[in-house]
Ligand binder design. Sequence first.
Ligand code: NAD
Length: 386
Amino acid sequence: MTARFDSPKAIITGRGCRTQAADLLVSLHAQRTFIVADSFFASSVFLNEMHTNLAVKGIAGDLFTEFQPDPTDQNVLAGAERFSRFGADSILAVGGGSALDVAKMIGVAVANPGPVHQFQGYDRISRPGPPVVAVPTTAGTGSEATKVAVITDTSRNVKMMILDSKLMPTAAVVDYELTFSMPKPLTAHVGVDALTHGIEAYVSRKANSLTDPVALSCITKIHANLRSAWSDPSDEQAREAMSLAALQGGLAFTNSSVCLVHGMSRPLGLVFRLPHGLSNSVLLPTVTRFSWPGAKARYAEISRAIHLASDKVSDAMACEALAGWLDQLNNDLQIPRLRECCDGDVARFRASLEKMAADALESGSPQNNPVVPAASQIVELFELAW
Ligand code: NAD
């Protein structure tokens, strides 16, 4: 089997490294940078400081914050219009996965006019956009190092997965200091999102020898640090480890794939307006129990890598130990059950099941799963997670 590993041209990590974003933009010959930033940071010291650093280097900046969490095609087009009006030549993206994804797609939309849904799926982007320097502020999606953007098509109410190597940011600047302000629920949701990336990258049918060590390193860091980052938001060592794990999760899944959890999580999140990490979290234990019989040895390796099982027990017992730990983790992080996330609206849940299953399959992610489900099995899994 051949393998290919894509990544940003430069990855910079460490406390305070955000100050190097301006130098990176200089090296990319930027003169006018479109700053796409999460509104949480719009008037923050961090962003002011980055703006000043650009000015010191002679780079003009225009700030764009008009997009929502789980961004839409309309957000992308509005951003592309502002980018062109400003005459920008580069993008600095600061925020969670939503900011990074909308920024990547603004660049694509500028270079490839037309509706955003034309890019849905694999390798549908003709021309690359301007260089993007991505600065994540959550420790979750890994979008700073992925060839992926997730954008909602408002006309069809579908969360589109757009996958193309032209979406890989030019540089990733991973400064964990930006994550200290995350409240506990956000830390939990994005942390389990990163864990899901690591696990799915490792058990995927597209897993390979280049992604395996990166995925396992992501998983072991999260096992050792997510609880600490959640219980003590100022735990510097845990925050740093979580930011690195999220980066590794992104690198791993973008060069392998995500699988059934993500396939089911996108439509679920859209119907019930759940944050992406939360919709992953409520599905992960159930989908793991369904999937491990298809890749027993792989799931057992994960379980042993984080010392949930010894070499002496069977693979099946190791897999069950892993699923049990995922339940326990959700419990410890106070992640509610699916029915609680949906306010117990069982009628709406039942009415949505078939479309959610069809949308999951259409995304292509379940086809990478160790056990490839039929639509009826996806419906059953949603019901089991309820
Ligand atoms: P997000 O970017 O949607 O942000 C969630 C909330 O957290 C927002 O209200 C935001 O203002 C706030 N926030 C962000 N950083 C903060 C901080 N440091 N302190 C306090 N608040 C902060 O959340 P996310 O989970 O990072 O991104 C989710 C999006 O990314 C979804 O649309 C998902 O589908 C997508 N996604 C993309 C990829 C990819 O590879 N491109 C992978 C997984 C998920």
